[in-house]
Design a protein around this ligand. Structure first.
Ligand SMILES: [Zn+2]
Ligand SMILES: [Zn+2]
Length: 279
């Protein structure tokens, strides 16, 4: 008997759902805790100024220094204390169902923001995790979310286009420079899969999915590899959470907006500061 054939009421009594944050039973993420997450405003991922549908400004795309240029980078919420509590449960307690819960929440937004990407020309690719981490958790949360979105959008999911090299180290304890070098060398393209995509011939858009962006280095390097492999394809990003305001790796010296969010109750006055070259 498959689990899916067991009535939901019976499943919930045997394996009760509990909120990843407050631990109340009934849902993997209760509406009250979702409501406490800090919204991520639609912004250009590079300069972080407001931008319709999270679209990257053309001028910002010209200002990357050898790093990937995402045409759009959707971010669901800010990576603050509430979001960290969710990710802690998600990553270390193997609650795969939480991924489906979050993917279900963001799917309607993705349908609107990526409405111009059609099933026949779009594929979705999760950012892979290390094999040791996969063994530890039993799944890649970006893959879980990506596959759910692909199903809802009728996009093709290609989970093994990118691979993670086995020799790369755990990021913890490394210096900033060592972390960047580690990330730069940690991905590879699965050439057989890439050939298959090229053979399809109709793919025009590749959407990378990652759970959390902190420095931006990981998804940026993954995107760069895809750009090199498919120079005529546009790349996009979908991520659940993004951390505090900071410059994107490879962005040349420019005015980066420092705009702390104040929830839905308005926000502090916009101000800018001069950033030096960051990478
Ligand atoms: Zn809750
Ligand atoms: Zn911009």
């Amino acid at each position: 008997m498959k689990f899916s054939s067991i009535p939901t009421v019976l499943m919930d009594s045997v394996f009760p759902k509990y909120c990843a944050v407050c631990r109340r039973t009934g849902a993997w993420l209760c509406p009250e805790c979702v409501g406490k997450l800090t919204p991520a405003m639609p912004e250009c991922y590079i300069c972080r100024r407001i931008s319709d549908h999270h679209t990257t400004h053309e001028s910002c795309l010209r200002n990357t220094d050898g790093f990937s240029g995402f045409k759009r980078m959707f971010v669901w919420k800010r990576y603050d204390g509430q979001a960290r509590a969710i990710m802690k449960t998600y990553k270390y307690q193997s609650t795969e169902a939480l991924g489906h819960t979050i993917a279900k929440l963001i799917l309607p937004k993705i349908k609107v923001i990526f409405a111009d990407l059609t099933p026949s020309n779009t594929i979705i690719v999760p950012v892979p995790i290390h094999s040791w981490r996969h063994n530890q958790r039993g799944f890649n949360q970006s893959l879980i979310i990506g596959e759910y979105l692909a199903k809802g959008l009728d996009w093709l999911s290609i989970p093994d286009l990118l691979g993670r090299k086995t020799g790369s180290k755990h990021q913890a304890g490394l210096s900033r420079r060592e972390r960047l070098d580690n990330i730069r060398n940690s991905f590879h393209i699965n050439k057989a899969v890439a050939l298959g995509i090229s053979t399809i011939g109709t793919v025009r858009h590749i959407v990378l999915v990652d759970d959390v962006i902190t420095t931006g280095s990981t998804i940026s390097h993954a995107g760069k590899l895809i750009e090199k492999e498919f120079p005529s394809v546009s790349i996009y990003g979908i991520t659940l959470f993004r951390g505090a305001v900071r410059a994107w790796p490879g962005v040349r010296s420019q005015q980066i907006t420092t705009r702390p969010f104040a929830g839905t109750q308005g926000r502090e006055p916009m101000r800018t500061r001069k950033r030096n070259r960051t990478c």
